[in-house]
Ligand binder design. Sequence first.
Ligand code: 1CP
Length: 330
Amino acid sequence: MHLHFLDALSCKNSSPRPPVWLMRQAGRYMHEYRAFRKKHTFLDICYNEDLICQVTKMPIDAFGFDAAIVFSDILLLVQALGVGLSFEEGSGPKLSGLHDLQIPNEERIYNALKNVYSACSALKKELSVPLIGFAGAPFTLLCYLVEGKSNPGFVKTIDFLNTNQDKAFQILLQLKDAVIFHLNEQLRSGCDAVQLFDTWMGLLPENVLDMYVEKIVSEICKNVQGPVIFFSKSISDISIFQKIQARGFSLPCDISLQHARDVLGKDAVLQGNLDPLVLLGNEDSVEKEVKRIASSMQSDPGFIFNLAHGILPNTPRNNVEVLVQTIKNM
Ligand code: 1CP
């Protein structure tokens, strides 16, 4: 087993280079994935053990990343809780809505997602790199539940929180229990770590953010039996991470890693934070920006190279090659 990623996840990486993996590393920028998607729908892949394994391994075989992430989606968990879910070609997720959400029942979640868990066990045996499981955090799940789709700003969700805070927190608490179960089940099935995606947490109003972090996010981190990396796409103030007991934090590109190291201290694992837009530029600019970020964290034992957000579908494949090789040649 190749341990680079796990060493950094314990702040014990003594190699001259950081481990590297990318959010959405299996996706449309790869011709192998596009060919696969001509034969199978996205959800067909997500519910089939063998297809999950094949897609998860694609970017490892193609680029030599230091960790694999289970191929799945954050919205499968709300489908397991009774909500209708579909992905229409080119238009993102569609959900039937909050009214269909059922109170979490572990047996029901397990049965709905058993192929995800068995894929984790199979991958664990087949991979030579560590395996990362994941879940969406309750607020980000609530955003899709309330809007029924992706909606920049998620205004209805914020409105719901402001006008009906008790009801909203009751739902967030239920989602919290489902998330804890789902993450622990992935760890039990062989994942080495999990990432908690709270993409839209930065949209939360100041007056609710602290309570949300204390009652929901921290409770998840405390009850998950393995290392958690916390991700949010945009946050106004990094000090909010001081209140979250996660092992690591995946940072947006507008926060410098050095600043995060100063604020969060030497025991926090830091991950990030190349702007995915850089990967749409030329090879020279990719190399330069990767070197700038990596050298700013040179010899830091708890740093994992990644993007600030998921890789864009129109990313030229060669730029990903350049990114990985630049890191590996450090
Ligand atoms: O083939 C296709 O068209 C499907 C596109 C796709 C893919 C490849 C979707 C639909 N989800 C995924 C996989 C996925 N989603 C992974 C796989 C593992 C990986 O390689 O990283 C992960 C970790 C996610 C997580 C996810 N899904 C998040 C959190 C991270 C983030 O990107 O902020 C969110 C918000 C989703 C919802 C979702 N699913 C799919 C899309 C296009 C979206 C985003 C919609 C939006 O922008 O609001």
